[in-house]
Design a protein around this ligand. Structure first.
Ligand SMILES: Cc1cc2nc3c(=O)[nH]c(=O)nc-3n(C[C@H](O)[C@H](O)[C@H](O)COP(=O)(O)OP(=O)(O)OC[C@H]3O[C@@H](n4cnc5c(N)ncnc54)[C@H](O)[C@@H]3O)c2cc1C
Length: 389
């Protein structure tokens, strides 16, 4: 496939190295995990050992201090090679909350351990069963008691909770009816799950369409030290918002990688599969959906790059981050659809990996932010239309 920008891509070397690592984890590896709903511990360990999960951590805390575009190139390549970065992508961006808002003591306590792989910060507890997209309606409450906070409530869809040592938790610290704005009264905590498990913290995995290791998490008088608070009390919503552009751009990069995988797979199959005595790829009905997905992917790729450049320059990039996520999730889904159709019956056979990747990439229309909410953001904040909810 034509790769016009790759030659000029300053991350080309990273992509080559990540692709080599991914080659050690072929389709059979992911298929087996998928069937057993197991976590890709070996893959995550290899990425950690190679330093790829700590690229955003500054060198002074043991990381390599690279920019967001390096992280995006890593995640995109993982997906493009048919692997799944969802097992560990959050580690790249959740730590940004500690980096930007944590105390020096918290940075020293956590960042070097995260960079070396000694500590896993994979779990991000925001969504609750009753609040859903309306984050400020969350009910989990952290009550100050002496030099501790006592946490009660429940989270849902806390991915990787069973495979993480730490959790970044958003909880209410002042009741919603006692704050002027509903975004106030929320606080962020860094929870050491190793200490809390069985002492007020319980985790229950949810079986999902794809192998995603997502969980329900229950807090029953879970006691955490007062110095677990990240940033200011009651100002936690800002801490979470600050990390969202990075999260959206990185997930968008993953979707671009997924789209590239589906497109490459479709082109190869369309050229090889002979029906009616000719390659199916000679038919425009087979070509066009793949070509359309390719155009969508390239548009999304450019938006990811624009967003990353602005992010790295310290410029506001909310619109680009949101549009990148929207376009990329749509491109990966269009490419997934085209891949199943191109493969015909074999698109449903596990050994082709198309059906697995199809299930995996569907998530990104819904999480970590649904397409509707991105459109609402653009309508309101970019176009100046009225808020619809
Ligand atoms: C596999 C998986 C992993 C996840 N991992 C995490 C995680 O690690 N941590 C975490 O905190 N959360 C996680 N999530 C949660 C995810 O972010 C939410 O599912 C998502 O934000 C949507 O919330 P909801 O499922 O409650 O949907 P709801 O809020 O109930 O929405 C349902 C539908 O209604 C639409 N909708 C709602 N309000 C509006 C509106 N005003 N205008 C237009 N449409 C609207 C939504 O777009 C959606 O399509 C994960 C979810 C999944 C499925």
């Amino acid at each position: 496939m034509d790769q016009p920008l790759l030659a000029a891509d300053p991350k080309a070397e990273i992509r080559v190295e990540v692709a080599k690592l991914c080659a050690r984890f072929p389709g059979e590896y992911w298929r087996k995990l998928d069937a057993e709903r197991r976590y890709p511990s070996e893959f995550v360990a290899a990425l950690t050992e190679a330093g790829y999960l700590s690229v955003l951590i500054p060198e002074s805390y043991g990381g390599s201090g690279l920019g967001l575009s390096a992280a995006a190139a890593i995640l995109e390549t993982i997906q493009e090679q048919g692997c799944n970065g969802a097992a560990c992508h959050a580690q790249m961006y959740i730590m940004g909350a500690i980096l930007r808002h944590g105390s020096e003591a918290q940075k020293q306590a956590y960042l070097p351990g995260i960079a070396s792989g000694a500590l896993r910060l994979q779990a991000f507890g925001v969504t609750e069963p009753t609040s859903g997209t309306d984050t400020t309606a969350l009910r989990t409450f952290a009550r100050r008691e002496g030099d501790e906070f006592v946490v009660n409530g429940q989270k849902i869809w806390t991915s990787r909770a069973e495979h993480s040592d730490l959790m970044l938790l958003l909880a209410r610290t002042t009741p919603r009816d006692q704050v002027a704005k509903k975004t106030e009264g929320l606080s962020v905590f860094i929870v050491d799950m190793r200490k809390a498990l069985g002492h007020g913290l319980a985790i229950r995995p949810i079986r999902t369409m794809m192998n995603h290791n997502s969980c329900e998490v229950f807090f029953d008088n879970m006691r955490i030290p007062a110095d677990s608070l990240v940033g200011q009390l009651d100002r936690g919503f800002r801490v979470i918002l600050d990390g969202m552009n990075a999260e959206r751009l990185l997930i968008a990069a993953e979707c671009v990688g997924d789209a590239k995988w589906f497109i490459a797979k479709s082109v190869a199959y369309a050229n090889e599969r002979q029906v009616f005595g000719r390659a199916i790829g000679k038919n425009q009905g087979v070509q066009f959906p793949i070509a359309r997905a390719y155009a969508q992917m390239r548009a999304a790729e450019l938006m990811v790059r624009e967003g990353c450049m602005k992010f790295e320059a310290g410029l506001p990039c909310g619109p680009e981050a949101n549009m990148a996520k929207l376009l990329a999730a749509e491109a990966s889904w269009a490419a997934a659809e085209a891949a199943v159709q191109t493969h015909g019956g074999f698109g449903f056979a596990e050994e082709y990996d198309v059906e697995r990747k199809f299930r995996e990439t569907r998530l990104y229309q819904v999480a970590p932010i649904s397409t509707n909410l991105i459109l609402s953001y653009l309508a309101e904040h970019v176009l100046g239309l009225s808020r619809s909810y």
